[in-house]
Structure formats: structure tokens, C-alpha cells
Ligand binder design. Structure first.
Ligand SMILES: [Fe+2]
Ligand SMILES: [Fe+2]
Length: 159
């Protein structure tokens, strides 16, 4: 249980801008995702939505791990429209590809690795989210994907 303060919001914004300013994350602006959006916008939406959920639930979380996991959960770096395999195969393999790509650029904790690998839970083969941060990113990913696919959240709602 945690009562969120302005200092927490500032920490969230600081972590988010540290990640979004990284050239490796800027690269996601070139990857299309969800009907005219980009993977960059999707990942920022997921980070903001997951943080809002944590505040509503008053869950005591590691803000930095949440932001890093959210920004890297879809770091697979290709356009799904031109990929050489099916949507089903993509849904199974992209978390592992995202982790492999992310680890080339970022130092990740075990918790951050699990956030990335488990975000597609409960599809078959996806590992269980093992932390509050992983549950939040997995839930926020589904909410944001639905909104983006249905035109209610085309771009990042916050910087
Ligand atoms: Fe994903
Ligand atoms: Fe996603």
C-alpha cells in the first residue's frame, strides 16, 4: 500500500524522459504498430497507463523498473506487416526478441527481464508475471492495444 505524492509523479516523469531520450528508444518512432501508430507511442502509453493503475491500486512499486519494462516490452524492432511469420508466431516469439535486443543496449534486472518476457501472459508458453510491475505492464499492454486498435489512443498521451 502506498499513497502517491508529487515526488512520485516527478520520479515517473524523470524515468520516462531518461528512457525516451535514449537513441535506442527514439528508434521505436520508426516502427509502425496498431493501425497508424508507432511502437514508441504504444510503449509510452503502456508506461503511463501502468503507472496510473499503480496509483489507483495504491501498489507500492519500483517506478524505474516499471518504466524500463514498459518502454522495452515490445523492443522487437520490426514492422509486423512485413514480418516473415504469422501473427500467432509473432505473439509467441516477440517478447524473447525484445529482451535479446534490449539487453544489447540496457542493463536489466531480473524483474525487468520478467516484465518483458511475461507481458503476453496468459498466451501459451508465456511465463507468469512475477512482480506487481510485471502484472501492471501486462494489463496496461492489453488496455492500450485495445484502445489503439479502436482509434481511442493513437499516440502517446503524455510526453
Ligand atoms: Fe508485445
Ligand atoms: Fe505491447
Amino acid at each position: 500500500m502506498r499513497t502517491y505524492t508529487e515526488a512520485d509523479d516527478l520520479q515517473f516523469k524523470h524515468c520516462l524522459s531518461e528512457m525516451t531520450n535514449h537513441p535506442g528508444i527514439q528508434r521505436l518512432k520508426e516502427i509502425p504498430q496498431h493501425k497508424g501508430g508507432t511502437t514508441y507511442a504504444h510503449c509510452v502509453n503502456v508506461a503511463c497507463t501502468a503507472y496510473d493503475m499503480a496509483k489507483k491500486l495504491q501498489w507500492d512499486i519500483d517506478i524505474e523498473a516499471l518504466v524500463k519494462g514498459a518502454l522495452l516490452h515490445d523492443y522487437y524492432l520490426y514492422d509486423t506487416e512485413t514480418m516473415p511469420y504469422s501473427d500467432y508466431r509473432h505473439s509467441l516469439v516477440h517478447p524473447k526478441l525484445a529482451l535479446a535486443n534490449a539487453e544489447k543496449l540496457f542493463e536489466l534486472s531480473g524483474k525487468e527481464r520478467n516484465i518483458i518476457l511475461s507481458h503476453m501472459w496468459p498466451i501459451p508458453g508465456a511465463p507468469l508475471p512475477l512482480s506487481k510491475e510485471a502484472w501492471l505492464v501486462s494489463m496496461a499492454d492489453k488496455v492500450c492495444a485495445y484502445r489503439e486498435m479502436h482509434g481511442r489512443q493513437q499516440s502517446a498521451s503524455r510526453p
